[in-house]
Design a protein around this ligand. Structure first.
Ligand code: NAD
Length: 286
């Protein structure tokens, strides 16, 4: 991989896409940030600018570095702007068919050398790669929310990924100040698999009437040492994302009951009570 800063395209400017854009722009990469929703793109641009401003105020970035990062960010609604990108990271809805479709579109625009990556939490990286004409340049780069703060990044080669690409990407991710870990392409990879029982058992404890949400969250944070309790964390992630991940891990493990989703979360998802971003989830934020 060349040492000149790679131009990076990011598809989806929601919670994850915006955070990843901030990380890579701060690390010196020109960034094309694309969203089909103009309002989401505007929100992301404003929130990245505000985050960079705050980092400069706190002295965590120099003003010049914050200004330079902001100047590297190019919001766009036109995928043709990805033509010169050396890496494209997708962070759109957690839906296999939609992700496969977007990569077909991307491959019609980028060069044959451009590396393609998905930020999927739970889908098979191999299945997304299978929709590509050049699946050997495809892999998973899975950030955690909020991407600018969370150190861990899972790097997930697909079955088709060319040898050494995952190692090259690990070095690149390290150069962004992150700590990459290689994960196998299995449902939920490492962290989202370990996290399923954290959420699932918390919901079961609630459903069985053993404790209320606030008590469970309190016990896990104050006594268990977790940064967030399971209900606060699910609301933070968003039930649109978290429910889909639970369903996808359950299905992908051939309906293993250990990963069975709950109706409690399904109903929140169906109602559009996605958590913090909707003003309502397990808790009320209005
Ligand atoms: P989000 O809903 O906040 O953002 C998704 C964005 O993608 C939206 O702005 C939407 O307008 C845009 N989008 C959807 N389809 C598009 C398309 N076809 N073309 C262009 N833009 C499109 O979602 P998110 O929480 O950022 O999650 C995105 C991905 O990252 C998912 O695959 C999710 O599983 C994964 N992920 C989420 C988290 C999390 O905690 N939220 C953590 C790690 C990974």
């Amino acid at each position: 991989m060349s040492s000149a800063p790679l131009s990076i395209g990011i598809i989806g400017s929601g919670a994850m896409g915006a955070g990843i854009a901030q990380v890579v722009a701060t690390a010196g990469h020109p960034v094309q940030l694309l969203d089909q929703n103009a309002a989401a793109l505007e929100r992301a641009t404003a929130s990245i600018a505000a985050n960079l401003r705050k980092l400069a105020e706190k002295g965590k970035l120099t003003q010049a570095a914050a200004d330079a990062a902001a100047a590297r960010l190019h919001p766009t609604a036109n995928m043709q702007d990805f033509a010169a990108c050396g890496l494209v990271i997708e962070a759109i809805v957690e839906d296999l068919a939609v992700k496969q479709q977007i990569f077909r579109q991307v491959e019609g625009i980028v060069s044959a050398e451009c590396i393609l990556a998905s930020n999927t939490s739970s889908l098979s990286v191999t299945s997304i790669a299978a929709a590509c004409q050049r699946p050997e340049r495809f892999l998973g780069i899975h950030f955690f929310n909020p991407a600018p703060l969370m150190q861990l990044v899972e790097v997930i080669p697909a079955v088709q990924t060319r040898p050494r690409l995952a190692e090259e990407i690990k070095l690149l991710v390290q150069s962004w100040g992150k700590r990459p870990v290689l994960a196998q392409d299995t449902p939920g990879f490492i962290v989202n698999r370990v996290a399923r029982p954290f959420y699932g058992e918390a919901i079961r404890i609630l459903e069985e009437g053993l404790a209320d949400m606030a008590t469970i969250d309190w016990a896990m944070t104050e006594l268990g040492g977790f940064r967030m309790g399971p209900f606060a964390l699910m609301d933070f992630i968003g039930h649109d994302v978290n429910y889909r991940v639970t369903e996808s891990v359950f299905t992908a493990f051939f309906y293993d009951p250990r990963y069975r989703p709950s109706f409690t979360q399904k109903r929140l998802f169906e109602a559009g009570y996605y958590g913090r971003k909707a003003g309502r989830g397990f808790y009320n934020y209005a």
